[in-house]
Design a protein around this ligand. Structure first.
Ligand code: MD3
Ligand code: FE
Length: 206
Protein backbone atom coordinates (compact mmCIF):
# COMPACT_ATOMS: atom_id res chain seq x y z
CA UNK A 1 0.00 0.00 0.00
CA UNK A 2 1.31 3.44 -0.94
CA UNK A 3 2.12 5.88 1.88
CA UNK A 4 0.45 9.23 2.31
CA UNK A 5 1.81 12.25 0.42
CA UNK A 6 4.78 14.06 1.97
CA UNK A 7 3.72 16.53 4.66
CA UNK A 8 0.67 14.59 5.86
CA UNK A 9 0.88 13.13 9.37
CA UNK A 10 -1.81 10.68 10.40
CA UNK A 11 -2.45 9.88 14.08
CA UNK A 12 -5.12 7.15 14.21
CA UNK A 13 -7.09 7.08 17.48
CA UNK A 14 -5.30 10.15 18.89
CA UNK A 15 -8.24 10.83 21.21
CA UNK A 16 -9.58 7.91 23.26
CA UNK A 17 -13.32 7.44 23.83
CA UNK A 18 -13.44 9.54 27.00
CA UNK A 19 -11.55 12.41 25.35
CA UNK A 20 -13.90 12.17 22.34
CA UNK A 21 -16.94 12.43 24.64
CA UNK A 22 -15.43 15.48 26.34
CA UNK A 23 -14.76 17.06 22.95
CA UNK A 24 -18.36 16.45 21.89
CA UNK A 25 -19.50 18.18 25.10
CA UNK A 26 -17.29 21.15 24.22
CA UNK A 27 -18.72 21.25 20.68
CA UNK A 28 -22.31 21.08 21.98
CA UNK A 29 -21.61 24.08 24.21
CA UNK A 30 -20.08 25.96 21.29
CA UNK A 31 -22.97 25.31 18.91
CA UNK A 32 -25.43 26.41 21.58
CA UNK A 33 -23.77 29.86 21.30
CA UNK A 34 -22.90 29.65 17.61
CA UNK A 35 -25.49 27.44 15.90
CA UNK A 36 -24.77 25.38 12.79
CA UNK A 37 -25.85 27.25 9.67
CA UNK A 38 -26.20 26.26 6.00
CA UNK A 39 -23.24 27.58 4.03
CA UNK A 40 -23.92 28.69 0.43
CA UNK A 41 -21.69 28.54 -2.63
CA UNK A 42 -20.47 31.95 -3.80
CA UNK A 43 -22.47 33.52 -6.68
CA UNK A 44 -24.91 30.59 -7.18
CA UNK A 45 -26.12 30.48 -3.58
CA UNK A 46 -26.38 26.70 -3.86
CA UNK A 47 -26.48 25.28 -0.32
CA UNK A 48 -23.56 23.09 0.74
CA UNK A 49 -24.40 19.67 2.20
CA UNK A 50 -22.32 20.17 5.33
CA UNK A 51 -23.58 22.26 8.28
CA UNK A 52 -20.99 24.65 9.70
CA UNK A 53 -20.01 26.67 12.72
CA UNK A 54 -16.70 27.90 14.12
CA UNK A 55 -14.83 28.77 17.25
CA UNK A 56 -11.77 30.97 17.62
CA UNK A 57 -10.92 34.57 16.79
CA UNK A 58 -11.87 34.01 13.15
CA UNK A 59 -14.35 31.69 11.46
CA UNK A 60 -14.53 30.47 7.87
CA UNK A 61 -17.89 31.33 6.31
CA UNK A 62 -19.44 31.40 2.87
CA UNK A 63 -22.66 32.75 1.42
CA UNK A 64 -24.03 33.79 -1.98
CA UNK A 65 -23.22 37.49 -1.56
CA UNK A 66 -19.93 37.51 0.29
CA UNK A 67 -18.22 34.32 -0.91
CA UNK A 68 -15.52 32.43 0.97
CA UNK A 69 -13.95 34.43 3.81
CA UNK A 70 -12.84 34.53 7.42
CA UNK A 71 -14.69 36.82 9.81
CA UNK A 72 -14.79 37.39 13.59
CA UNK A 73 -18.57 36.98 13.98
CA UNK A 74 -21.26 34.40 13.24
CA UNK A 75 -23.02 35.26 9.94
CA UNK A 76 -26.54 34.79 11.39
CA UNK A 77 -26.29 35.90 15.03
CA UNK A 78 -23.59 38.55 14.57
CA UNK A 79 -21.95 37.39 17.81
CA UNK A 80 -18.22 36.72 18.13
CA UNK A 81 -17.25 33.05 17.79
CA UNK A 82 -16.77 31.20 21.11
CA UNK A 83 -13.16 30.46 22.11
CA UNK A 84 -11.30 27.36 20.94
CA UNK A 85 -11.44 24.70 23.71
CA UNK A 86 -8.19 24.19 25.64
CA UNK A 87 -7.90 20.56 24.55
CA UNK A 88 -7.68 21.69 20.91
CA UNK A 89 -5.06 24.34 21.70
CA UNK A 90 -3.03 21.57 23.36
CA UNK A 91 -3.51 19.35 20.31
CA UNK A 92 -2.19 22.14 18.06
CA UNK A 93 0.85 22.59 20.31
CA UNK A 94 1.51 18.87 20.20
CA UNK A 95 1.22 18.27 16.46
CA UNK A 96 1.33 21.51 14.44
CA UNK A 97 5.00 22.41 14.81
CA UNK A 98 4.11 26.08 14.41
CA UNK A 99 5.04 28.77 16.91
CA UNK A 100 1.72 30.63 16.97
CA UNK A 101 -1.69 29.34 18.10
CA UNK A 102 -4.59 28.52 15.76
CA UNK A 103 -6.90 31.44 14.97
CA UNK A 104 -9.78 29.46 13.51
CA UNK A 105 -11.51 26.18 14.21
CA UNK A 106 -14.07 25.28 11.56
CA UNK A 107 -16.73 22.81 12.77
CA UNK A 108 -18.30 20.72 9.99
CA UNK A 109 -21.29 18.45 10.57
CA UNK A 110 -22.07 15.69 8.05
CA UNK A 111 -25.36 13.80 8.10
CA UNK A 112 -25.45 10.31 6.55
CA UNK A 113 -25.85 11.60 3.00
CA UNK A 114 -23.55 14.62 3.12
CA UNK A 115 -20.40 14.90 1.03
CA UNK A 116 -17.80 17.58 0.37
CA UNK A 117 -16.40 17.87 -3.14
CA UNK A 118 -12.69 18.03 -3.96
CA UNK A 119 -11.27 21.48 -3.20
CA UNK A 120 -8.19 23.30 -1.92
CA UNK A 121 -8.09 25.32 1.29
CA UNK A 122 -6.60 28.62 0.17
CA UNK A 123 -8.55 31.34 1.94
CA UNK A 124 -5.82 31.65 4.58
CA UNK A 125 -2.89 34.04 4.24
CA UNK A 126 -0.54 31.72 6.13
CA UNK A 127 0.31 28.57 4.19
CA UNK A 128 3.39 27.72 6.23
CA UNK A 129 1.12 26.60 9.10
CA UNK A 130 -0.52 23.19 8.75
CA UNK A 131 -4.24 22.44 8.86
CA UNK A 132 -4.99 20.07 11.76
CA UNK A 133 -8.12 17.90 11.43
CA UNK A 134 -10.03 15.94 14.11
CA UNK A 135 -12.73 13.40 13.18
CA UNK A 136 -15.62 12.55 15.56
CA UNK A 137 -18.56 10.20 15.05
CA UNK A 138 -19.21 8.06 12.00
CA UNK A 139 -16.37 6.96 9.71
CA UNK A 140 -15.83 8.75 6.41
CA UNK A 141 -14.02 8.10 3.16
CA UNK A 142 -11.59 10.97 2.75
CA UNK A 143 -9.96 11.58 -0.65
CA UNK A 144 -6.60 13.26 -1.20
CA UNK A 145 -5.36 14.39 -4.63
CA UNK A 146 -2.52 16.50 -5.93
CA UNK A 147 -1.99 20.24 -6.33
CA UNK A 148 -4.07 20.35 -9.50
CA UNK A 149 -7.57 19.04 -10.12
CA UNK A 150 -7.92 15.85 -12.13
CA UNK A 151 -4.71 14.06 -11.13
CA UNK A 152 -4.49 10.77 -9.28
CA UNK A 153 -6.09 10.53 -5.83
CA UNK A 154 -5.93 8.18 -2.88
CA UNK A 155 -8.51 7.48 -0.22
CA UNK A 156 -8.27 7.07 3.54
CA UNK A 157 -11.02 5.91 5.89
CA UNK A 158 -11.03 8.36 8.84
CA UNK A 159 -12.50 7.19 12.15
CA UNK A 160 -13.68 8.85 15.33
CA UNK A 161 -10.73 10.13 17.37
CA UNK A 162 -8.33 10.28 14.41
CA UNK A 163 -6.16 13.35 13.89
CA UNK A 164 -4.55 14.16 10.53
CA UNK A 165 -2.35 17.15 9.74
CA UNK A 166 -1.59 18.72 6.37
CA UNK A 167 1.59 20.74 6.36
CA UNK A 168 4.47 21.71 4.10
CA UNK A 169 4.04 20.32 0.58
CA UNK A 170 0.61 18.83 1.41
CA UNK A 171 -0.95 22.13 2.54
CA UNK A 172 -2.45 22.93 -0.87
CA UNK A 173 -3.49 19.45 -1.97
CA UNK A 174 -7.00 18.90 -3.29
CA UNK A 175 -9.13 16.94 -0.83
CA UNK A 176 -12.75 16.06 -0.10
CA UNK A 177 -15.14 13.74 1.69
CA UNK A 178 -16.71 11.15 -0.63
CA UNK A 179 -19.04 9.49 1.83
CA UNK A 180 -20.07 8.93 5.41
CA UNK A 181 -20.48 5.35 6.67
CA UNK A 182 -23.74 5.53 8.68
CA UNK A 183 -23.94 3.93 12.13
CA UNK A 184 -20.22 3.10 12.36
CA UNK A 185 -19.83 5.03 15.65
CA UNK A 186 -21.93 5.41 18.79
CA UNK A 187 -20.31 8.73 19.79
CA UNK A 188 -22.98 11.09 18.43
CA UNK A 189 -26.50 10.28 19.66
CA UNK A 190 -28.09 11.25 16.35
CA UNK A 191 -25.31 9.82 14.18
CA UNK A 192 -23.35 11.60 11.51
CA UNK A 193 -19.82 12.97 11.59
CA UNK A 194 -18.19 16.08 13.01
CA UNK A 195 -14.88 17.32 11.64
CA UNK A 196 -12.85 20.04 13.32
CA UNK A 197 -10.13 21.88 11.39
CA UNK A 198 -7.68 24.10 13.23
CA UNK A 199 -6.06 26.76 11.10
CA UNK A 200 -3.75 29.72 11.16
CA UNK A 201 -5.27 32.49 9.01
CA UNK A 202 -3.11 35.62 9.26
CA UNK A 203 0.62 36.08 8.87
CA UNK A 204 2.69 37.80 11.50
CA UNK A 205 3.41 40.58 9.04
CA UNK A 206 -0.38 40.98 8.54
C1 MD3 B 1 -5.72 18.63 3.05
N1 MD3 B 1 -12.93 19.36 5.66
O1 MD3 B 1 -13.33 21.99 5.99
S1 MD3 B 1 -10.59 17.76 6.95
C2 MD3 B 1 -12.62 21.65 5.06
O2 MD3 B 1 -13.51 16.17 6.86
C3 MD3 B 1 -12.41 20.21 4.78
O3 MD3 B 1 -14.65 18.00 7.00
C4 MD3 B 1 -12.87 17.95 5.49
O4 MD3 B 1 -11.82 19.86 3.83
C5 MD3 B 1 -13.73 17.32 6.53
O5 MD3 B 1 -12.02 22.44 4.31
C6 MD3 B 1 -11.50 17.44 5.50
C7 MD3 B 1 -9.03 17.38 6.36
C8 MD3 B 1 -8.31 18.45 5.60
C9 MD3 B 1 -8.44 19.76 5.92
C10 MD3 B 1 -7.65 20.70 5.30
C11 MD3 B 1 -6.73 20.33 4.34
C12 MD3 B 1 -7.44 18.08 4.63
C13 MD3 B 1 -6.63 19.01 4.00
C14 MD3 B 1 -5.90 21.26 3.71
C15 MD3 B 1 -4.97 20.87 2.80
C16 MD3 B 1 -4.88 19.55 2.45
FE1 FE C 1 -10.77 21.55 3.00
Amino acid sequence: MAGLPEGICYFPDYFDRKAQEQLVDDIRNIVREAPFYVPEMPRTGKPMQVRMSNCGALGWVTDKQGGYRYQPCHPKTGNPWPPIPAVLLRLWDAVAGFDAPPEACLINYYSDKARMGLHQDRDENEFSAPVVSVSLGDDCLFRIGGTSRGGPTQSVRLRSGDVITFGGPSRLLFHGVDRIYPSTSTLLKDGGRINLTLRRVTTKSG
